[in-house]
Ligand binder design. Structure first.
Ligand SMILES: C[C@](O)(CO)[C@H](O)COP(=O)(O)OP(=O)(O)OC[C@H]1O[C@@H](n2ccc(N)nc2=O)[C@H](O)[C@@H]1O
Ligand SMILES: Nc1ncnc2c1ncn2[C@@H]1O[C@H](COP(=O)(O)OP(=O)(O)OP(=O)(O)O)[C@@H](O)[C@H]1O
Length: 321
């Protein structure tokens, strides 16, 4: 019989994040070019007598193990949809920075949806998983799909973006996280100083065609030049030291630099794998970040890495893959 399922799920960076005005529901309309990169969490789902969460990895101590954890919320939501008691142990091995602007919690929510679906044999359609993902959070649908995608609405309405080849990124993590609502709130506050922050006062968010062309042609220089994040000023306002990190990366040869999503992780583009390794070493040595890691992308979204154990037709139990 099947014992446990492990799902691997990547982090994201927003190669571009255009933020519209604050809507009446409190969210902001966005045009987000989500880009999945090879920094991963793994979520292992095992049958248990009750819903239980454990967390390992860097900064595990900052991740909630109560029902507010996005992985727990995902199990509860999928269970409620299919009338299943969500009695599972969810073990999260964190490789994605916590509260770092790289959708770590969202990744775990997406992974738990995929893992519980496989464990319970619910066979949910992709469209159902995407709908539940959007209910969990604006970034969760993209964690499910991975690749590169344009996110509209509050970020949950996805359209795949064609890309060529692989791009080389470096991610510089910071001590301590930033709260996503606080960064959006700071963005509104800064906008109030210069003309208003509501839906009617801020232009409709749109993507830059130069970014889409850079992705389509696989040109890292053009990607670096087209990076843009409307939340960056707010993240820098809340954490001024991030300017030093961005400058250190640019001085060390990055061909593009921006704050990742709501921060405080800073993201840099390098021309190839060797340049990314050198840039990560220089950033780590600069003392302007906790550590810097290279990662390639795009990569797929949440995927099963260990399939259920199933009885072989004429023999002992074996792995399905
Ligand atoms: C900054 C990004 O990571 C960029 O991809 C996302 O916009 C944030 O997505 P997320 O963490 O999944 O956020 P959610 O869990 O949906 O929302 C958390 C809070 O962030 C703010 N929020 C989020 C998304 C959005 N489009 N507008 C917002 O104003 C709201 O205050 C909301 O209450
Ligand atoms: N599985 C989880 N992993 C990490 N944080 C979680 C998780 N579930 C809930 N949280 C809560 O969510 C907060 C934000 O963490 P997360 O790592 O998702 O931030 P983020 O990467 O900045 O998110 P995003 O980029 O989607 O805005 C944490 O401070 C924590 O309280």
């Amino acid at each position: 019989m099947q014992s446990s399922i492990t799902v691997r799920v990547p982090a994201k960076v927003n190669a571009q994040l255009a933020v519209g005005g604050r809507r009446s529901d409190g969210y902001h309309g966005v045009a987000s070019v989500f880009f999945s990169v090879g920094l991963y969490d793994e979520v292992t789902v095992t049958p248990a007598d009750r819903l239980r969460i454990t967390v390992a990895g860097t900064d595990a101590a900052f991740v909630p193990t109560d029902p507010s954890n996005l992985a727990a919320r995902a199990a509860l939501l999928l269970g409620a949809r299919y009338g299943i008691e969500p009695n599972v142990h969810l073990h999260i091995d964190k490789g994605i920075p916590v509260a770092g602007g790289m959708a770590g919690g969202s990744a775990d929510g997406a992974a738990a949806l995929v893992g519980c679906d496989a464990l319970w044999g619910t066979g949910a359609d992709r469209s159902v998983l995407l709908e539940l993902a959007a209910e969990l959070g604006s970034d969760v649908p993209f964690s499910l799909t991975g690749g590169v995608a344009l996110g509209e609405g509050r970020g949950e309405r996805l359209t795949p973006v064609p890309t060529a080849g692989s791009f080389h990124w470096v991610f510089a993590t910071a001590e301590g996280g930033l709260s996503t609502p606080a960064v959006y709130g700071e963005c509104d506050r800064l906008r109030e100083l210069t003309g208003g922050s509501s839906d009617t006062e801020v232009p409709v968010p749109a993507t830059d065609p130069a970014l889409l062309e850079a992705l389509r042609t696989g040109d890292p220089g053009a990607l670096g030049a087209a990076l843009r994040n409307d939340l960056q000023a707010a993240a820098l306002s809340l954490r001024p030291a991030l300017a030093d990190t961005l400058r250190a990366g640019t001085d060390a040869g990055a061909i593009g630099a921006l704050v990742s999503g709501s921060g405080p992780t800073c993201a840099f583009v390098a021309k190839d794998a060797a340049a990314a390794a050198a840039l990560a070493a220089a950033l780590t040595a600069s003392g302007t970040c906790r550590t810097a890691r290279p990662a390639e992308g795009p990569v797929p979204g949440a995927v099963l890495v260990r399939r259920p154990l199933v009885p072989a037709p004429n023999g002992p139990v074996s792995r399905a893959d």
